[in-house]
Design a binder for this molecule. Structure first.
Ligand code: SAM
Length: 294
């Protein structure tokens, strides 16, 4: 076999992925090559003319084949970055998305002016644990608990918490139910629930549809059904004046507003692309409720 340089190998790999319909083919090829070489991104500057050795070549081809068949780079590499930290991912968990950082940001902004020194925060539908773990690390005085209906997802979340030394308590079960013993005591509840409608599912990108867990994606026939149950539970679990922060699908804001008519301070927040991404709402405080009944 003719010796090939890293530059030549990358050009060939990029063309091969493009031919397979992979978006951002060059970036994927670089990430997989660097993974095989066990080198940082900066390595490619200045080493493009290095020869690529045969054992590495076979391994690289195997990873490229997986990517060409649609498997996301993050599952192949086994991690994804979220809020500046590396999170382990496997096909049991949704790959953390950059837009979910907006939910974290919203919680951080709401948490700082809270009148309690150690707020109690729940992350429901925690998946890889990316939201809960980030909050626990960014708000070291908070008590952060989390839940997911998927046991395999919680195994990954617990590994992430351990790797990142984040003191998050995880329990398995439906929405807030596993934390019923703390009902009425939460200052903040955040969730990124599954919100794809059954009709939308067949039209998702193959990377998502064929590789990410279905339970992490489908939120009911219209995608918003799970919110109805979660909002009702959150009203029971939050303290008066506590905040609910939900990630939402880009078509769901009106439906979500209609489910939050009994709440205060309802606001839809758009992401950097201009899509409605997060809704926040405050459980009516005792004072407001008392004023309303006078
Ligand atoms: C969209 S993923 C979000 C994962 C993670 N929080 C994130 O933002 O990357 C939704 C998660 O909700 C979980 N889930 C689905 N139905 C649930 C339910 N009824 N109760 C609790 N968790 C549920 C899935 O297992 C999945 O991990």
């Amino acid at each position: 076999m003719q010796p090939v340089t890293l530059d030549e190998e990358l050009r060939w790999a990029t063309q091969m992925l493009e031919a397979a319909g992979v978006a951002e083919a060059r970036l994927a090829a670089e990430a997989l090559l660097l993974h095989v070489l066990q080198r940082p991104r900066s390595f490619l500057y200045g080493h493009g003319l290095d020869y690529f050795t045969p054992p590495g070549h076979a391994r690289f081809e195997e990873l490229l084949r997986r990517r060409a068949e649609g498997e996301p780079v993050q599952y192949i590499l086994g991690f994804e970055q979220f809020y500046g930290r590396n999170f382990l991912v496997s096909p049991s968990v949704l790959i953390p998305r950059p837009e979910t950082e907006l939910s974290v940001q919203t919680v951080l902004e709401l948490a700082s002016p809270l009148p309690v020194p150690s707020p109690l925060i729940a992350d429901i539908c925690t998946g890889s644990g990316c939201i809960a773990i980030t909050l626990a690390l960014e708000l070291p005085r908070a008590r952060v608990v989390a839940a997911d209906i998927s046991g395999p997802a919680l195994t990954i979340a617990a590994r992430n918490a351990s790797e990142l030394q984040a003191p998050v308590e995880f329990r398995e079960g439906d929405l807030l139910e596993p934390w019923r013993d703390l009902a009425g005591g939460f200052d903040l509840i955040v969730a990124n629930p599954p919100y794809v409608g059954e009709d939308e599912f067949p039209h998702l990108q193959r990377e998502v549809r064929d590789f990410e867990p279905r339970t992490a994606l489908i939120g009911g026939p219209h995608g918003t059904e799970i919110y109805q149950r979660l909002i009702a539970q959150a009203a029971e679990f939050l303290k008066p004046g506590g905040w609910l922060v939900l990630e939402i699908g880009y078509r769901s804001a009106a439906r979500l507003r209609s489910l939050l008519t009994d709440w205060e301070g309802v606001e839809v927040i758009a992401d950097w692309q201009g899509w409605d991404r997060v809704i926040k709402a405050r459980k009516t405080s005792g004072e407001t409720a008392a004023r309303a009944t006078k």
